[in-house]
Design a protein around this ligand. Structure first.
Ligand code: MLT
Ligand code: MN
Ligand code: ZN
Length: 304
């Protein structure tokens, strides 16, 4: 099984079009030791060419151009993407669905009932797709294994996680199980798994068990500190207000990652453009390296 990081940034990408925080301005000026990143998405392949697209990023077209394996050119209209799995209904994870409307057949889209509700009401992209390719909706049941047709050798399981659904969700201020998922992605032949959770506000027992059993965790790397956006003056919201556990602090993500086995690959993903870990010359980046924690990059490939 191979996991390719198509996009490693949080909503807005890096640099963000209207942002002049030290990271975004520094990257534009060429003075920052960092690389640009597109918005949050993975491609997962098993034994064959067929791939699962995990989240449809606003940057999907750029990501596909950067990933020739996803265009196998077997027919006049072709793609290796056999199905789409969504971890939530947020803008950065679903806007790319509009860009995929030229599909000659309905897209198999796996999502929970609450994400389906958001994507047919508050942000009715699935309804819009009915006027183009159509949608072959597959229901994700929580805590149950599922497979994606044509993507052989890979088993999926969705765990509900504490985070926040999109602002257009009726559950925004009182999330319900299924609004946000962690995915446990298992290579059947080797029995090795990865846990992917780009939006993670807290870690409960089931998720912690899955993280401890995994060979690789790809977890919420959005913010270094809870008040990062407030301090920079770019927002009035804290990381935890919008469903993201910051990396630093007593109960932060690094505290959890430090308790995982040494051999577990630990990768931060869905990184906001304000996060100092994007600067590879920063003290925060050095901290991570010392703790064996990696920062996801676009194009990174993980073999399990
Ligand atoms: C999030 O991860 O909190 C959202 O994707 C933010 C956004 O909508 O940009
Ligand atoms: Mn996001
Ligand atoms: Zn910025």
């Amino acid at each position: 099984m191979k996991i390719r990081v198509l996009g490693s940034a949080a909503g807005g990408g890096f640099p963000q079009w209207n942002c002049n925080c030290p990271n975004c301005a520094g990257l534009r000026a060429g003075t920052l030791n960092a690389r640009a990143r597109t918005q949050s998405s993975l491609a997962v392949t098993g034994n064959a060419t067929a791939a699962v697209l995990v989240n449809a990023s606003p940057d999907i077209l750029t990501q596909l151009q950067a990933t020739p394996d996803l265009q196998p050119n077997r027919s006049m209209r072709d793609t290796a993407i056999a199905g789409i799995v969504l971890v939530d209904g947020q803008v950065d994870h679903t806007t790319g669905l509009y860009m995929l409307r030229e599909s000659p057949r309905p897209w198999p889209i796996w999502c929970t009932d609450s994400t389906h509700a958001d994507l047919t009401r508050g942000n009715p992209v699935l309804g819009v797709l009915e006027h183009f390719c159509g949608v072959d909706r597959r229901r994700i049941e929580l805590d149950r294994d599922f497979t994606v047709d044509a993507v052989e050798g890979v088993t999926w399981r969705a765990l509900p996680v504490a985070s926040k659904p999109a602002p257009y969700s009726p559950n925004r201020e009182a999330p319900i199980p299924g609004d946000n998922l962690a995915l446990v992605i298992t290579d059947d032949a080797r029995g090795r798994s990865a846990v992917y959770a780009p939006g993670l506000g807290a870690i409960d027992e089931d998720l912690w068990d899955a993280m401890q059993a995994a060979s690789c965790v790809l977890v919420d790397g959005t913010f270094w500190t809870d008040d990062e956006m407030i301090r920079l003056g770019v927002s009035r919201k804290r990381a935890r207000d919008i469903g993201h556990l910051p990396q630093s602090g007593a109960d932060g993500m690094l505290h959890w990652l430090g308790r995982l086995p040494a051999e577990t690959r630990k990768i931060l993903i869905h990184i906001n453009n304000t996060n100092p870990i994007l600067n590879e010359s920063s003290a925060e980046f050095a901290d991570l390296s010392a703790q064996g924690v990696e920062v996801a990059r676009d194009g990174m490939e993980i073999f399990l």
